[in-house]
Design a protein around this ligand. Structure first.
Ligand code: C2E
Ligand code: CA
Ligand code: CA
Length: 699
């Protein structure tokens, strides 16, 4: 800091002496008061004046008085020069604003020492001021430009008050959509969402009572236009407060965007996209919570199974059935009430969760309402479905969501009449319970098989011969899986395959079947039967798993199996899921040389029109149509039509379940390509199958 000293002295010698003595500072001189005042005007930054009291034309007192009146010179430090016998003058000078005096005759070293002290003081004061200025500057800047809303307040009550002293930054005004004045007058309770107010007020009460030092919460603020802003808020006490004193700082951050995203995410995780209804995950979490809370009221689930809607997909397309599901959801919504919640837990499954009902008959009546709703909706579609009702265990503490939902699913599935177009209602009962237990046992056995658990449960494959009707020789075999367990004995595939599909265990199980089949094919090759084929049943789930063809090719490569010896059989129902996607997969398999057959052709999903579009080699005509051949008038059976239609489309035909000569003769007449059935042979163990090839005599 530059120290500028103005020496006002009429004695030229004294002026000179003083100037020399203070040569380290910038020293200006004036010979009287008038000149001094002019020098002050002309030179900026004079911070110390040494003023002689006795001077002609405007003495020291007059200078002091003039300086005192002028705002600009308030910070100038004035030191007066007095004579040793002028005590009165000294006092008068000090009163007029001088801060120090030096007596004449001047003792030069003491003058220098005094001035040095004043200079040091000035420098310290200057440094302090600068620091202070910097501090207020950065605080103000921070306050004004902070990206968070800040209020610092004294006595600002929830309901607003006149005594409030509040500092509010621009961001606070922006977030709340109100000016500082409005906010102070309104208080903060009125701008807080009613649902968040109670918590806020309670926190504030505890803060005031000194129970807590600060609190934070996420709350909603209501803007003047009624819109809502989500904020994350921290409120802290600033200094110890008197009983009714409120000093606090509040920091707000606008988190509306994050909350919006969070709410969307929550919505998506809890709701089903298609219908907008609550989904399975939400049902599970709700049941979990309710069971834990053991709400002591009656609770039940009603499941609605509409899986037969698949039948419509084949003929009318995916979009059509999706719309039907949406319509069903809308109709069901009309049946909801405070104690009846609706969920869409799976493509074709709805669930009502009912609590606080009177008794079983109330459930039955409601079940009938559901049935009536469905019947009116599906009257033209002519499909039926099942309605299953499961009440929670009496002692709800023993209840578990998984088993509850399993019971519901089985009851619901059991309730549907497989062919009719009614909607039947069934309560969970002992019969269903036995089934639930049986299914659990089978699922456990499948799981053990899938994980390679070396228990006594095992999976093996039987082979049923397929004969070429034109040449009379063996075309190959169909591979048919078998499950044998200690507890359940032999479980037929019609029982365990659907369960394996439901539990997705069909993936590892299916792979195990393929490995056994490929081993069998290698055995056949070793024994000189390299042209014998084996056809394997493949479920839709297997086909639709990511990169099924890739995995299959890799397995064939590893086990050195020729794709030309491998066939796969898929049921028509596969096409109900995603027709085009399935066709792409089939195309890949066919290109690799794998033989593709549609199984059970003619049952349920039958659509000859669609058959044309399918990438397949062969049609396996269901046993139903083979049995029909034995009816009184064989010319009425459409079996021959199916065969000739298939041929027109370039597909070969296999007749399934051929049990007697008459059927075979007719099939020959109709130019069916191959046959399979008890007439030729039942499914055989590996050894027997090889023996069959060795002893087979061409027909
Ligand atoms: P499918 O593919 O239609 O198999 C034909 C079924 O008819 C077999 O029953 C077979 O034993 C039986 N059968 C064969 N010839 C005759 C006959 O002349 N008369 C009568 N009444 N029945 C005959 P199985 O072995 O019980 O298989 C039932 C179903 O289980 C199969 O029907 C197939 O859909 C499924 N399946 C079997 N193994 C597998 C597998 O490894 N994977 C998959 N995904 N499904 C399989
Ligand atoms: Ca088959
Ligand atoms: Ca079949």
């Amino acid at each position: 800091m530059l120290i500028k000293i103005l020496v006002v002295e009429d004695s030229a010698t004294d002026r000179l002496i003083i100037k020399n003595m203070l040569s380290e500072y910038t020293v200006l001189t004036a010979c009287d008061g008038v000149e001094a005042m002019r020098m002050l005007e002309e030179h900026e930054g004079i911070n110390i004046m040494i003023v002689d009291l006795n001077m002609p034309s405007m003495d020291g007192f007059q200078v002091l008085e003039a300086l005192k009146k002028d705002e600009r010179y308030q910070d100038v430090r004035i030191i007066i020069l007095t004579n040793y016998d002028e005590l009165d003058n000294e006092i008068r000078g000090l009163k007029l604003g001088a801060i120090d005096y030096i007596r004449k005759p001047i003792h030069m070293y003491s003058l220098k020492a005094r001035i040095d002290v004043h200079a040091a003081l000035l420098r310290a004061e200057h440094a302090l001021k600068q620091k202070l200025a910097e501090q207020t500057l950065s605080f103000d800047m921070l306050f004004d430009q902070a990206p968070v809303g800040i209020s610092i307040s004294h006595n600002w009550y929830p309901q607003g008050s006149d005594e409030a002293v509040v500092r509010i930054n621009p961001m606070y005004e922006q977030i709340t959509g109100r000016t500082k004045e409005e906010l102070v007058k309104l208080g903060w309770a009125k701008i807080t969402h009613p649902d968040d107010l109670e918590e806020d007020l309670e926190n504030f009460r505890r803060l005031q009572a000194g129970e807590i030092k600060d609190y934070s919460m996420e709350k909603r603020i209501i803007k003047p236009d009624g819109s809502v802003v989500w904020v994350s808020m921290i409120v802290a006490a600033l200094s110890p407060m008197g009983k009714d004193q409120v000093n606090h700082i509040c920091i707000l951050q606008d988190i509306s965007e994050r909350m919006q995203m969070e709410m969307e995410r929550k919505y998506l995780t809890e709701h089903d996209r298609l219908t907008g209804l609550y989904n399975r995950d939400y049902l599970v979490s709700l049941l979990d919570k309710d069971i834990k809370l053991k709400k002591q009221c009656k609770k039940a689930l009603i499941g609605i199974d509409l899986s037969k809607i698949h039948l419509l997909t084949v003929n009318y397309g995916f979009q059509y059935t999706q719309n039907l599901i949406k319509k069903t959801a809308e109709a069901f919504l009309q049946l909801c009430a405070d104690n009846r919640l609706l969920f869409h837990i799976h493509e074709n499954h709805f669930v009502f969760y009912i609590f606080d009902y009177r008794d079983r008959s109330e459930l039955a009546t409601f079940g009938k309402r559901i049935a009536a709703t469905l019947e009116s909706l599906f009257v033209t579609e002519r499909i039926g479905g099942g309605i299953g009702i499961v009440e929670f265990a009496q002692d709800q503490g023993d209840e578990n969501v998984d088993s509850l939902l399993r019971r519901l699913l089985i009851t619901t599935e059991r309730s549907g009449n497989p062919v009719g177009n009614e909607f039947e209602i069934r309560f969970y009962d002992e019969e269903v319970e036995a089934l639930v237990n049986w299914e659990r046992d089978v699922a456990e056995a499948l799981d053990a098989v899938a994980t390679g658990n070396p228990a006594n449960d095992y999976l093996y494959v039987m082979y049923q011969p397929i004969i070429d009707l034109k040449t009379g020789s063996v075309w190959g075999f169909e591979a048919l899986a078998r499950l044998k367990t200690d507890k359940l004995g032999l479980v037929p595939p019609v029982k365990f395959i659907p369960l394996a599909e439901k539990t997705k265990l069909i993936l590892p199980i299916g792979e195990k079947v393929l490995v056994q089949v490929f081993r069998f094919l290698n055995r056949l090759k070793e024994q000189g039967y390299g042209d014998i084929n084996v056809s394997v049943n493949i479920s839709a789930i297997q086909l639709l798993q990511p990169d099924f063809p890739g995995r299959l090719f890799e397995l064939m490569r590893q086990m050195q199996v020729n794709p030309n010896n491998v066939g796969i059989e898929i049921t028509e129902s596969v096409f109900a899921s995603d027709y085009e996607h399935i066709n792409i997969i089939l195309g890949e398999l066919k290109n690799a040389g794998i033989h593709i057959a549609i199984d059970d052709f003619g049952t349920g999903y039958s659509s000859l029109a669609r058959e044309r579009e399918l990438i397949v080699d062969c049609v396996k005509i269901d046993k139903y149509f083979i049995d029909k051949l034995l009816d009184l008038d064989p010319s009425k059976a459409i079996t021959s039509d199916i065969i000739s239609m298939s041929h027109k489309m370039g597909h070969s035909t296999v007749a399934e379940g051929v049990e007697n000569e008459t059927q075979m003769q007719l099939l020959k007449e109709y130019s069916c390509d191959r046959i399979q059935g008890y007439l030729i042979s039942e499914p055989l163990q590996e050894e027997e199958a090889i023996k069959f090839l060795q002893t087979y005599v061409k027909m």
